[in-house]
Design a protein around this ligand. Structure first.
Ligand code: IMP
Length: 429
């Protein structure tokens, strides 16, 4: 049975919520494999609006959710999210959520470091979500992370915290921020242990069984390729690999198990936080895209920066992310614009590029080379077939396919789940 992985192909916030929900309804298991509660999306199911950050979307559809080892897990954020969805009538427990026993935990010290460091960076701040994602990943690779399974071994926790605090308190002191007491952290973790341990298991084993039983798995990416710690606009990136290849390492499955890889992109471009954004618009069109697209961050509420579709960037995301099909969203936001621009390359210090170079200075200097297309006067909103789209809108989509070198698999034409044009069934393999 084919599996599907879905990843963002721009800088995040591509409208994954609706599409992931649509895909989740066709899957048996939904797996998060990277990121943490820096992610956020909104699912509208019936008369309920769920704002999910850590929970795999499938739980809303009665599917099994799995949080893989590639995630960094803030236990308090998870328990708060579980309590919040409970007030909406959704019961989350070990029956519908399993968490990798080897997932690293975000402790209160991590957001403290994240925020203190951002403050110290001043003008060159990354614009992180301040949730401790970066510092938690740093602890993982530095081999000092507290992992979920450690909560079952209180006698070694104390020793691990000594090592962790030696590092972090030194840093916090240097940054002029408040330090942490071991006893407070230890008590906190011991109190969390009985609430979290029932969710813990070797999820790789469950996923292996699922594979043998022919179950359909959806790997739900968070953030996007241009925020990937290796392939993104470094250092203005998140701290995990957001490409689909990381679904294998971040959940403990074979790379062959990832299946169809979908990349999701808006019909224009947005970004939150700092960093290069060659097609950013500072004029009325940029404002219009922001207003029509309701471009405010789900997690932080920050207004998103808006600009034209950057085909050069998405093509790069398609290549490094292994994307086989594109999910294009928010086409309706462009309805009625007399003229549209698509970026096909960059001019950097007089030289032409068909990719965004890795060096931050070159990225910052990149000016877009545009191709201009006529807009359309009709509406694309709510279209459920190609026949319902204005001819010029189809031309725009076809041109995007050519430029990014990937076919459009799904086209989303409104926030409603059924307002989607399905070109091919991603689970068909
Ligand atoms: P961090 O992941 O909190 O360390 O933030 C690093 C960068 O990634 C910042 O520019 C954030 O705005 C961005 N970022 C993190 N998560 C998301 C997301 O879910 N959508 C869009 N941007 C994100």
């Amino acid at each position: 049975m084919a599996n599907v992985a879905i990843i963002g192909a721009q800088w995040g916030d591509e409208g994954k919520g609706k599409v992931v929900d649509w895909l989740a309804s066709r899957a048996d298991i939904v797996v998060r494999f990277q990121g943490g509660h820096n992610a956020g999306h909104t699912l509208v199911v019936g008369n309920q609006t769920y704002k999910l950050s850590l929970l795999p979307s499938g739980v809303v559809r009665g599917k099994l959710g799995v949080i893989g080892n590639g995630v960094v897990l803030d236990p308090n954020a998870l328990l708060e999210e579980i309590a919040r969805v409970k007030t909406q009538g959704l019961e989350v427990g070990p029956h519908n959520l399993r968490i990798a026993e080897n997932v690293p935990l975000i402790l209160p010290v991590h957001p403290a470091i994240d925020k203190a460091r951002e403050a110290a960076r001043g003008k060159s701040a990354i614009g992180t979500t301040g949730r401790g994602i970066g510092p938690a990943y740093e602890d993982k690779v530095a081999r000092r992370a507290i992992r979920l399974c450690d909560l079952a071994e209180p006698e070694t926790l104390s020793h691990k915290l000594d090592e962790l605090l030696l590092h972090h308190n030194t840093l916090l002191r240097g940054l002029g921020a408040e330090t942490f007491e071991k006893a407070t952290l230890l008590d906190g973790l011991l109190a969390l242990a009985p609430k979290l341990l029932p969710f813990a298991e070797a999820v790789w084993e469950r996923l292996d069984t699922a594979r043998q039983e022919g179950r359909r798995v959806l790997f739900e990416g968070a953030q996007a390729v241009m925020l990937d710690v290796d392939h993104g606009t470094y250092p203005y990136v998140t701290s995990s690999n957001t490409v689909a290849g990381n679904a294998a390492a971040g959940a403990g499955v074979s790379p062959h198990a990832i299946g169809t890889i979908l990349g999701i992109a808006k019909a224009y471009t947005t970004r939150v936080g700092a960093g290069p954004f060659p097609t950013e618009l500072f004029d009325d069109t940029g404002k219009l895209l922001g207003q029509r697209g309701h471009e405010f961050g789900t997690v932080t509420g920050r207004p998103r920066r808006c600009g034209w579709f950057d085909a050069c960037l998405v093509r790069q995301a398609v290549k490094v992310g292994g994307v086989g099909g594109l999910v294009l969203t928010k086409l309706d936001v462009l309805d009625g614009l007399p003229e549209l621009k698509i970026c096909t390359g960059y001019s950097i210090h007089g030289e032409t590029f068909r990719r965004l170079p890795a060096a931050a200075a070159a990225q910052a200097a990149a000016t877009p080379i545009y191709e201009t297309m006529e807009g359309w006067s009709g509406s694309t909103r709510g279209a459920r077939s190609w026949a319902e789209l204005p001819a010029q809108a189809i031309k725009y989509v076809r041109r995007i396919e050519e430029l990014v070198e990937a076919p459009v698999t799904l086209l989303s034409t409104s926030p409603e789940r059924d307002d989607t044009i399905t070109v091919s069934d991603p689970f068909a393999g």
